[in-house]
Design a protein around this ligand. Structure first.
Ligand code: SF4
Length: 401
């Protein structure tokens, strides 16, 4: 975590009046006492920076700032420094003190954030003891939503974390699908089965995106059906640097490939690209723990046309049954629908999420973690089911330790 350069971290700034509770909120988010908290207004003079990891989003830096209403001798200097921070952050948290009136000060600050095109999260601190009606008043004055958070009891902190994840720019910490991890001018084979579940006349999005990513990094790619893999291997004068297959063809590709040839799948690339590979991998530990009657959610991020032997509704339920040997209550969700009450599930198996952005997928993973429910994606589940998880993760070993 400490190796991530600060510039690559998501910058989140806390802004507001003196004594609004910014430093206490800073400490509550970070989980340790770092910013000096005091009842005396103006305790924070220079901005305080802290690197931290916000799961499952990744590396962030939280910045506590001096109150923008600082009237002391050094006030103008401190206000200038705070204003410079506004230009550096990706997300602004406007901290509201329920014991101070909302007036033009907050409205101007909000306008300043809007001019910078910053996502803003409005937070009323000291929520557990705040005067009744204050939240509604804040919504009326500044517009909804307004979160109620108490830094000392933890009220509302989870929701704040969710809002931060949702507010993160779509391209935050965007990684290449695979191109940046391969030696220059590598040769890859992409295995794209054309069976009854393949759409007519085109490749699917993960295959197309992977191909484009390899081209962007000046690698070469040979695209074949699983039935033609042996011909592609014979045609090459040296073994390929990587074979990427549809996860549904894992068994046959694994069997055909010499063990020394690296293998992974499109769905595993997407676990890393759209989600969080270590968290989704950790979810596989729940598969052998499933018990009779456990409820499992199979979630897909789009409502594609279902084919015979559909992966989500037929193949994965069949494999789950074989693997666990117990009777499970398998439920499905698709498209934008993703249940709120995730804690009823013993496991979530999510698709590769090619149709939603990274922020949405991270938000789904976060919801699962908050509910204490393990989550895996299709590729990891299928590799686990075939007993080849270690092999298909070899290309990412350095990211998993
Ligand atoms: S969003 Fe999910 S279900 Fe839809 S095509 Fe992509 S991987 Fe498949």
């Amino acid at each position: 975590m400490n190796q991530t350069p600060r510039a690559n971290r998501l910058h989140i700034g806390l802004f507001g009046r003196r004594n609004a509770g910014k430093s206490a909120l800073f400490n509550a988010i970070i989980g340790q006492d770092m910013a000096l908290v005091s009842e005396l207004p103006g305790t924070t003079t220079d901005p305080v920076f802290k690197n931290f990891e916000l799961l499952p989003l990744g590396p962030c830096v939280l910045i506590d700032t001096a109150g923008l209403d600082d009237t002391g001798a050094l006030g103008p200097q401190r206000i200038r420094k705070t204003r410079q921070i506004i230009k550096r952050v990706d997300i602004a948290i406007l901290v509201l003190d329920p014991y101070q009136k909302i007036d033009a000060f907050e409205k101007q600050l909000l306008e300043e954030f809007q001019r910078e095109k910053l996502p803003v999260i409005k937070v009323v601190t000291k929520a557990d003891t705040a005067p009744v009606n204050y939240i509604q008043q804040a919504k009326d004055e500044l517009g909804p939503p307004v979160l109620a958070v108490d830094s000392y009891t933890g009220t509302g902190l989870r929701e704040l974390t969710t809002r931060i994840i949702q507010a993160a720019p779509e391209d935050f910490d965007q990684v290449s699908l695979i191109g940046d991890r391969l030696p220059s001018t590598s040769t890859c084979i992409l295995v794209c089965p054309i069976d009854s579940s393949a759409p007519r006349g085109r490749l699917i999005l993960p295959q197309v995106q992977t191909l484009r990513d390899l081209l962007d990094y000046n690698h070469q790619a040979l695209v074949v059906k699983d039935t033609e893999l042996h011909r592609a291997l014979d045609a090459l004068s040296a073994p390929p640097d990587l074979v990427i297959t549809d996860s549904q063809a894992f068994a046959s590709v694994h069997a055909q490939l010499p063990r020394e040839v690296p293998l992974t799948s499109f769905s595993i690339l997407f676990a890393r690209y759209k989600g969080d590979l270590p968290t989704l991998l950790a979810g596989t530990a729940a598969i052998p723990q499933l018990k009779n009657g456990d409820r499992v959610l199979i979630a897909e991020a789009c409502t594609h046309h279902r084919q015979t032997d559909d992966i989500g509704t037929v193949k994965i339920p069949r494999l789950l049954k074989q693997l666990s040997g117990v009777e499970l209550d398998i439920q499905h969700s698709s498209g934008y629908h993703y249940p709120d009450d995730l804690d009823q599930y013993a496991l979530i198996i999510h698709c590769g999420a090619c149709m939603i952005n990274r922020r949405q997928m991270l938000s789904r993973i976060h919801q699962a973690l908050e509910a204490g429910v393990p989550i895996v994606n299709y590729g990891l589940f299928l590799a686990y089911a075939q007993g080849i998880l270690p092999r298909v993760l070899e290309p990412f070993q350095d990211e998993l330790h």
